[in-house]
Structures are given as C-alpha cells and as structure tokens.
Design a protein around this ligand. Structure first.
Ligand code: PNS
Length: 161
C-alpha cells in the first residue's frame, strides 16, 4: 500500500532547514503532502499563497511532493489527502516539548494519525523562519538560509533598512 505522509508547517518563509526535512521525507515515503497552515500563535509575514509559491519553487522538483494550503485542522487535512502520518523535523531537544504536545493533541483528535520525527541536518539546527525574518529585516545576508530562487522576493519584502 502506498504510504502518504503530511509535512505541516507555517513555512513563513520556507528555509533550507524545511527543505532538508521535506527532501528526507520524500526519500522515505511514497508521497509527501506539504501542508501550509495557519498557526494561531504566529502573525505571518507572508500570505498562504506566497508561502505556497515559495515551496513550489523550492521543492516542486521532487516528484512525489505536493504542496497544499489548508485553513483548518491538520488532522482534517491529513484525512482529506489520505496521509497516515505527520512528519516533523527536530532540530534540538528544545523543539521536543512543543512537538510532543502537538503530536499527542493530534493523536487525541485522530487516534490513527501518528507523528514521525526526523532529525534535521546538523548544519541547520540553528535555523528558523524567525531567524530569517529577523536578519532580513535588519538588512543582513540571508543567502545561507533560503534558496537563491526565492531569496530576493523574501529579502526585499522583509528588509526595513
Ligand atoms: O511551523 P510551525 O508554525 O511550527 O507549524 C505549526 C503547525 C502549523 C503545524 C500547527 O500550528 C498546526 O498544525 N496548525 C493547524 C491547526 C491544528 O491542527 N491545530 C491543532 C494541532 S496543534
């Protein structure tokens, strides 16, 4: 049976760290749905459409990856796309508490939906979308954080200097 998983996130914006996890998932599973969600605890800098656009440009070459936007619960999106597991990246122990809470919440909402954690590449353990936004807003170099193809669009939007 084909194994479909969902890689959810805010992706505001996508970074090399996210791309590393999506690429790893695409090698492990038959199909990967990259779900762009609203995180009620965060105030996004980019619209869902823009975030989807960045992802399509950066992971669109992976044949078994599909990028979707979803304005609702992760468990509902997973069911709609036939995903049987959620894939999340872990950068460091500090990620664990938040990730474990989300995994157990999702399991309460949908008992058959499991969560799989993939260890991020060591070179990206410091990296986050917030870091990208912080550095770019002050005119700093983000070329090590996001791919060239989306760099200018992100930098020009965020740079406040
Ligand atoms: O990249 P993020 O912001 O850490 O991702 C968090 C995200 C978007 C995966 C999480 O907030 C989410 O699943 N949002 C959708 C709404 C939902 O299902 N909430 C209940 C589970 S916490």
């Amino acid at each position: 049976m084909e194994k479909t998983v969902i890689c959810p996130g805010s992706f505001d914006p996508v970074t090399y760290g996210h791309i590393d996890i999506i690429t790893r998932a695409s090698k492990l599973f038959d199909k990967v749905i990259v779900g762009v969600f609203i995180n009620v605890d965060k105030n996004p800098s980019f619209s869902i459409e823009e975030r989807i656009g960045f992802l399509k440009k950066t992971v669109g070459h992976l044949k078994n990856v599909e990028v979707v936007g979803f304005d609702g619960l992760l468990v509902d999106c997973a069911e709609q796309h036939g995903a049987t597991a959620v894939v999340r990246g872990l950068r460091a122990v500090s990620d664990f508490e938040y990730e474990f809470q989300m995994a157990l919440t999702n399991r309460k909402l949908s008992p058959t939906l499991d969560t799989v954690f993939l260890a991020s590449d060591a070179q990206y353990t410091y990296l986050s979308s917030s870091i990208v936004k912080n550095v770019a807003s002050l005119g700093g170099d983000i070329s090590n954080f996001v791919p060239e193809i989306i760099h200018d669009e992100i930098f020009n939007r965020l740079n406040k200097t």
